[in-house]
Design a protein around this ligand. Structure first.
Ligand SMILES: *Cc1c(COP(=O)(O)O)cnc(C)c1O
Length: 363
């Protein structure tokens, strides 16, 4: 299969060092090699999360991590305030409701960011909530929420637990788990980490561990306590995605070499480059400034040009793959991912191709 020019917001192209690591022969997942691998990966991850909290590694996509957080933190009937402005916020709400959580939704319109003032009002109106849920980077709309401002309001108004979905943000966008006082953060292997899908990494604060101990939700595979005990012995309760660990170890090495600040700056430059390119070619940005995401750009097209056609043309002419819209944005936007390991040329090439395709379709 010819390598695609894959420009979606995850999974993303893997660096050579990650691809090489994935070719390693299998090892005993209960042996000393895996023990070392797990402790190395968890220690490096703590640096990316900016936390002293424990990191758990589950074999699953990001959604599994969010379900894991749900079944470990709540008991049926508990109340949550869940902030949403897109497909992924809505999905987290659906997960919670599936498990009998009473959800108060705080919605902001798609393309805008969550408002700290609206959050303050909602917290005052709902003093008995157990947890507040936030989406760091709403990948469906191309919005990055102001997490530090939102968590500051939560700390001022409430003692609720804070759960953040940073599946697409962590590792690419500034994020401070401990400084911002976030109890549980969920991320995944296939976005900023440039690895295959298959692992969800979750940080759990001491306050969250207290909630886990009290939670009465039935759970088995997702049980945090079981995972913590196994991790403390350098293992996992069930067979882990050993190969994804190989890849993640190589990716974290590259991420450490580049450094957090340089990596964040590279994503800022990518966001600027793509947004300017989009506006220069006469297309529109779906998300409102200044909260445009630096890892994905949702692009609106001229009247009469369909996202599906643009994507098909890019694929047919250049083997370039960009993402379509999700949910109600299916027929109105295309999205270019700029997360993980990419070069500026990868993005300028994709923008030039998009420009050519749109101009041809306009004629
Ligand atoms: C990708 C993503 C997820 C998880 O998706 P999976 O396909 O389950 O890995 C969750 N939230 C956000 C914001 C995402 O971008």
């Amino acid at each position: 299969m010819a390598a695609q020019n894959l420009r979606i917001p995850g999974p993303v192209p893997m660096p050579d060092a990650v691809r090489a690591a994935l070719a390693n022969q299998m090892i005993n997942h209960r042996g000393s090699e895996f023990k070392l691998l797990l402790s190395d990966v968890r220690a490096r991850l703590a640096g990316i999360f900016a936390t002293q909290n424990e990191i758990l590694c589950f074999t699953s996509s990001g959604t599994g991590g969010l379900e894991a957080a749900t079944v470990n933190l709540f008991s049926p009937g508990d109340r949550a305030l869940m902030v949403t402005g897109g497909v992924f916020g809505d999905r987290a709400i659906t997960i919670a409701q599936t498990f009998g959580i009473q959800v108060t939704k705080l919605e902001h319109s798609w393309g805008t960011a969550a408002s700290p003032a609206a959050l303050r009002d909602a917290l005052r109106a709902n003093p008995d909530i157990k947890l507040v849920y936030l989406t760091h980077n709403e990948t469906s709309t191309g919005v990055t929420n102001p997490i530090s401002k939102l968590t500051q309001v939560i700390h001022e108004e409430s003692a609720a637990l804070i759960l953040v979905d940073s599946v697409s943000g962590l590792g690419a966008l500034p994020f401070e788990t401990d400084a911002w006082g976030i109890d549980v953060v969920v991320t995944g292997s296939q976005k900023a980490f440039g690895c295959p899908p298959g692992m969800s990494m979750i940080s759990v604060s001491p306050k969250a561990w207290d909630a886990v101990a009290r939670s009465k939700m039935p759970r088995f595979y997702w049980d945090f306590q079981r995972m913590r005990e196994a991790h403390s012995e350098g293992s996992t309760p069930y067979t882990p995605a050993v190969t994804v660990f190989f890849g993640l170890s190589a990716a974290l090495e590259l991420m450490d070499q580049e450094g957090n600040e340089a990596r964040f700056a590279r994503h800022v430059r990518a966001g600027d480059l793509v947004r300017h390119g989009v506006l220069d070619m006469g297309l529109g940005l779906f998300a409102d400034p200044p909260y445009n995401s630096n890892i994905v750009t949702a692009i609106t097209l001229p009247e009469g040009i369909s996202p599906q056609t643009v994507r098909e043309e890019l694929r047919a002419r250049y083997n370039t793959v960009i993402a379509g819209g999700l949910g109600k944005l299916k027929d109105s936007v295309v999205r270019i991912g700029h997360v993980g390991f990419f070069t500026q040329e990868d993005l300028t090439k994709t923008l030039e191709q998009l420009d050519t395709v749109v101009k041809r379709l306009k004629r």
